[in-house]
Design a protein around this ligand. Structure first.
Ligand SMILES: [Zn+2]
Length: 442
């Protein structure tokens, strides 16, 4: 995006907020009615998808999910293609491209895989209980896919084409670190003005209101390798330099080191050393899970570990090497991402009392006007694909546009039914406004 265009778009977006906040928020009644009319169809699609088991290792189930989403996208008018994952693991990614007559290049992303093992549906079947629907993967992330598909159905019915390209992309390996899709999502981000990501929003019951996410953690692995000297444990143990003992010392002295590095978290989770009882081990290694919530924290953490391990040895003549590998980049909404979140907030404010129904909404009184509030959640220690989408710096990225729910990765995973209409309205209204702002800025 050109600088000048960006600033016009930003200005246009800011104007939208000012208008929305200054007056009685004005709802787009046609989109709201259409969102309400779409609720039951969304629940049906959601059931279809939840009843396809699709754990990250379940190639057959993921292939069914891929075919289901491809067919749904084609029925909506998209040209679909299958992208081979960079690690060649099937089914790869599903991509659907819509061509419009406007200017905005926007991508909507979600993931098809879940954390559950085959057979989970027998233990935890689809079940509706009042405002909740339970099922494996229903919030994370089949609800996100359903919001995308049914938002596009609404916009298609409305004849909306105020965009240049609208790309939908679903990957199949998010829950195992997006190892084969991360680079492809990074590329998608580099080709678009805006990427909206559809991980779930925390439930109203837990968070008090529905939300969007402004930050997600990066993940990394840190390894320590201690080089000592092997020796006979009985006859010549004094000639050995016990790498296992040195490793134990290094793990203990670095276990709290992340406390001194803001925005980092480290936990040692694996270790290996020794192959024979009667040999002093000459080599030992350990691995840690690392979470990053601040830019630069990964590098700072590695530096701190290296300094500490070199400075304080227990066993002379041993050498400890530390390496860090970033697995998933962190996501921190920039100025444009925050502008998207504020736009989302102003759209939620349009859903005031009497428009959505007070019984379903947590309402926040603002200057005499009753509005529906949206939480702008600064960050989470979970990692998502928003990190890849934002890593080129090209696209404005917002995360957490899926359905509101809770119990992800657990036996009580559920969505809140009363989040369906506001989430459909949020996506459709947001795309409508963004498409118009980008066209006007051209
Ligand atoms: Zn997820």
């Amino acid at each position: 995006m050109k600088k000048s265009k960006l600033s016009v778009v930003m200005a246009a977006m800011v104007l939208v907020f000012t208008n929305a906040l200054a007056q009685e928020p004005e709802v787009n009644q046609a989109l709201l009615d259409a969102s309400k009319a779409q609720q039951e169809a969304l629940i049906e699609s959601l059931r279809d998808m939840v009843e396809i088991e699709s754990g990250s290792d379940d190639i057959e189930g993921l292939e069914r999910m891929a075919r289901y989403t491809e067919e749904s996208l084609r029925a909506l008018g998209a040209e679909t293609q299958r992208i081979t994952a960079t690690n060649d693991v099937p089914p790869g990614l599903v991509k659907g491209v819509f061509k419009g007559s406007g200017t905005l290049k926007v991508a909507l992303i979600a993931h098809m895989d879940t954390v559950y093992q085959p057979g989970i549906l027998e233990l935890e079947p689809w079940r509706r209980d009042g405002n909740r629907i339970y099922g494996p993967g229903i919030a994370d992330d089949k609800g996100g896919i359903a919001v995308i598909l049914h938002s596009l159905a609404i916009l298609q019915d409305a004849g909306w084409d105020d965009y240049d390209t609208l790309t939908v992309q679903f990957n199949a390996d998010e829950e195992i670190g997006s190892v084969g899709s991360g680079a492809i999502i990074t590329e998608l981000g580099s080709e678009n003005d805006v990427v909206l990501s559809y991980e779930p929003s925390p439930s109203k019951e837990v968070a008090g209101a529905e939300g969007v996410l402004l930050g997600t953690a990066g993940t990394a692995s840190l390894s320590l390798v201690v080089h000592g000297r092997a020796a006979h444990a009985g006859a010549a143990h004094e000639e050995g330099r016990n790498a296992l003992i040195e490793l134990a010392h290094q793990l203990v002295q670095t276990r709290d080191i992340a406390n001194s590095v803001p925005g980092s978290q480290l936990n040692w989770t694996s270790a290996q050393s020794g192959t024979a009882r009667n040999q002093i081990p000459g080599l030992a290694e350990a691995g840690a899970d690392v979470r990053i919530t601040q830019k630069g924290a990964a590098e700072a953490l590695l530096e701190a570990v290296r300094t500490q391990t070199e400075k304080n040895l227990l066993i002379p003549d041993t050498y400890t090497a530390a390496e860090l590998e970033v697995l998933r980049p962190m996501f921190e909404a920039d100025e444009r991402g925050r502008a998207l979140a504020e736009l989302a907030e102003s759209i939620y404010a349009e859903l005031g009392e009497g428009k959505l129904g007070q019984e379903n909404a947590r309402l926040m009184p603002t200057e005499g006007v009753v509005r529906r509030s949206l939480l702008l959640i600064p960050g989470t220690t979970g990692g998502t694909d928003a990190g890849f989408a934002a890593s080129s710096g090209k696209a404005a990225v917002l995360e957490g546009l899926g359905l509101a729910g809770w119990g992800y990765h657990a036996s009580h995973e559920h969505i809140e039914v009363d989040s369906i209409v506001p989430r459909l309205y949020l996506t459709t209204r947001m795309l409508e406004i963004l498409g118009r702002n980008y066209s006007e800025a051209e």
